[in-house]
Design a protein around this ligand. Structure first.
Ligand code: F6R
Length: 624
């Protein structure tokens, strides 16, 4: 859960690295650093415990001269506390080799013992530092006779030492190394952690993801697990871990760098909340009509016949993406298609029960979530086929799945997922519609109506977003509450869970999401006078029972905020209302979640929380 950047080219090395690190801070932000080789082939190294702004200041106070290659890192601690010593880059004993790493080296203790025994001195508690010392060891074993050798002639030695180092590592890594005696080449390797190469004009880049260098180039090459890259100013060579050269194609990324900036909003989260109509529209575009035909075949590889043949659908995901999976389960069940939704980290035994005929739908914004990837591997081992719903082109999940249905949300920078959730829901509604139509569950004009209603949702999202100020006022009245309860039923029950998750993660308050009918079986005891209860109660089959559950909460003193539509408002008696446009109950989660996101945002804002980078969290969770 770290971000790495690398650059080789002109004399703007530290600017490129810092700029890239700023954009990668969402991957982790407890410490950061950079290293570059200066004009005298000495290593320049700056590290801080804290954010990239502090690193930028440090570099400005003592700038490097003539650096044309370097690496940077923003860290999310896995081994060793967040501190300057533990910040990357890490060096060897000679101070000539420097390494940045994202992932976990599982055999680092064993390697460290070996290196300590042969006299290496360690300065950090990290697993990464072993890589630098190991590389030093390999260089030594290749018997480099220092001073006499020209730096370009050292490149094959550096490459071979790096390749052998990588061969000794167990675990997950996206890794890059620089050797100050060989400043014309940057080396990178990937195993179970994302790494991309950016191809520029007379300059090249590496990073954990493309947002780090989009400002400079949109031409990228995704490294696969088990691949190495030798990056020079004038070109990049790719190899497998055995050292055999491989050919790789570049792709052109459509996102532009301003899409990844805040665009006038105070926080990425708020900007991303406002991008949700677009996210849904882009995800649905061109993929809906006709429902149940072969429209997914060319893009995803699933024909109408495939959709008919699956025995069940099993959603796998974590956090917010799991809530999308829970909505998916309700949706598929509504169409009479057996469906299950599990938190990926709790899937283990169920994997064996997932039949060969099942379609596993793995939902993940990043496509790099370790728990989800692991569960997918288990499902595949049991014979199931896997469809990925993800926002990240070229992510590990896409490469490990049989089918991919991309959400088209653009980069999501706020740690709290908002537009990616809406994109995931849109993809799931799309999929459910095709499944249902292909299996005759949407007969007559129903399929067309389903598609047309879904296509109206982006406009209704815009309408919902117009309520922002009203929702903000309600949120501000509760900004000093320490406990929140979110209740709903049926297809909106996962939205209650999502509302509670949003406020927990960004406002650091205790919140529970509950099926409204379950309250009377115990949890109702926690309600006290004035406790904020957010009740999601749109029109539909769950409304009558919801209205009763709201009464039960009010009778215990709850201050109920009801999320309603004009019709349901007439039935629900609450202290306050947030009224949304009317939409069929089945599609209502695409709207009801929005006031809850805005509510959480304004509670967090009033509490002066670090909304885009909540404490203890990282955007991409690549450890289990
Ligand atoms: C919450 C949030 C997380 C993610 C979860 C899965 O706002 O962002 O709960 O949803 O970590 O991440 P992805 O979708 O990247 O697999």
């Amino acid at each position: 859960m770290c971000g790495i950047t690398g650059y080789i080219g002109g004399d703007k090395t530290t600017d490129v690295l810092i700029d890239g690190l700023r954009r990668l801070e969402y991957r982790g932000y407890d410490s950061c650093g950079l290293a570059a080789v200066d004009s005298k082939n000495s290593l320049y190294l700056k590290r801080v415990s804290g954010r990239v702004d502090a690193l930028d200041k440090l570099v400005a106070e003592d700038p490097v001269k003539g650096a044309r290659a370097g690496v940077g890192h923003t860290r999310w601690a896995t081994h060793g506390a967040p501190s300057e010593d533990n910040a990357h880059p890490h060096t060897d004993c000679s101070g000539q080799v420097v390494v940045v790493h994202n992932g976990i080296i599982e055999n680092y203790l064993e390697l460290k013992d070996r290196l300590l025994a042969s006299g290496h001195k360690f300065r950090s508690e990290t697993d990464t530092e072993v890589i630098a010392h190991l590389l030093e060891e390999k260089l030594r074993s290749l018997n480099v006779q220092a001073a006499a050798v020209r730096s370009d002639l050292l490149e094959p030695v550096f490459f071979e030492a790096f390749r052998r180092t990588v061969g000794d590592l167990k675990g997950s890594f996206a890794l890059s190394a620089v050797w100050s005696r060989c400043p014309g080449m940057l080396l990178a390797a990937r195993m179970h952690s994302p790494l991309v190469v950016g191809l520029g004009e007379d300059e090249n880049f590496i990073a954990s993801d493309v947002s780090a260098f989009l400002k400079y180039t949109k031409r990228v090459v995704f490294l696969n697990d088990g691949e190495l890259a030798a990056v020079r100013r004038d070109g990049v060579d790719y190899y497998n871990f055995a050292g055999k050269k491989t050919a790789k194609d570049s792709v052109t990324i459509q996102w532009d760098s301003t899409m990844a900036e805040k665009g006038g909003y105070k926080h990425f989260m708020l900007k991303e909340i406002h991008e949700q109509a677009e996210a849904v529209e882009n995800t649905l575009r061109g993929r809906l009509l006709p429902l149940g035909g072969d429209i997914l075949r060319t893009e995803v590889g699933l024909s109408a016949a495939d959709l008919k043949a699956f025995s069940s659908v099993q959603f796998l995901a974590c956090g917010t993406a799991h809530h999308a999976g829970l909505v998916g389960r309700a949706l598929f069940e509504n169409f009479g298609i057996p469906a299950y939704a599990d938190v990926a980290s709790e899937f283990s035994d169920r994997a064996k029960l997932t039949g060969k005929g099942a379609l596993v739908v793995a939902v993940s914004q990043s496509g790099e979530t370790a728990d989800t990837l692991f569960a997918v591997r288990e499902a595949k081992a049991s014979g199931a086929r896997v469809l990925a719903i993800t926002n990240t082109v070229g992510s590990t999940l896409t490469r490990e799945s049989d089918y991919v249905l991309y959400t088209h949300c653009g980069p999501e920078i706020g740690v709290a997922s908002t537009k990616a959730f809406l994109g995931q829901l849109a993809a799931i509604y799309l999929l459910a519609g095709h499944f249902a139509a292909a299996r005759g569950r949407l007969p007559g004009g129903d399929a067309r109506r389903y598609a047309e209603d879904l296509l109206k949702v982006p406009r209704l999202i815009e309408e919902t977003l117009e309520k922002e100020k009203e929702i903000a006022r309600v949120a501000e009245t509760f900004s000093s509450s320490d406990h929140f309860l979110f209740i709903s039923r049926h297809v909106n029950y996962p939205i209650a869970l999502e509302g509670a998750l949003k406020i927990k993660e960004i406002a650091y308050v205790h919140a529970e999401g509950y099926p409204a009918g379950e309250m009377k079986h115990g949890p109702i005891a926690i309600i006290y006078k004035g406790m904020p209860v957010l009740a999601i109660a749109p029109s539909g089959r769950a409304l009558e029972l919801m209205a009763g559950n709201i009464e039960e909460a009010k009778a215990r003193g709850a201050d109920v905020v009801a999320v309603v539509d004009p019709s349901s408002r007439k039935l629900v008696k609450a202290s306050r209302y947030i009224t949304l446009p009317e939409v069929s109950e089945l599609f209502s989660p695409l709207l009801t979640v929005i006031p809850l996101q805005i509510f959480a945002y304004y509670v967090a804002l009033a509490k002066k929380c670090d909304i885009d980078k909540p404490r203890n969290l990282a955007k991409s969770v690549t450890v289990r």
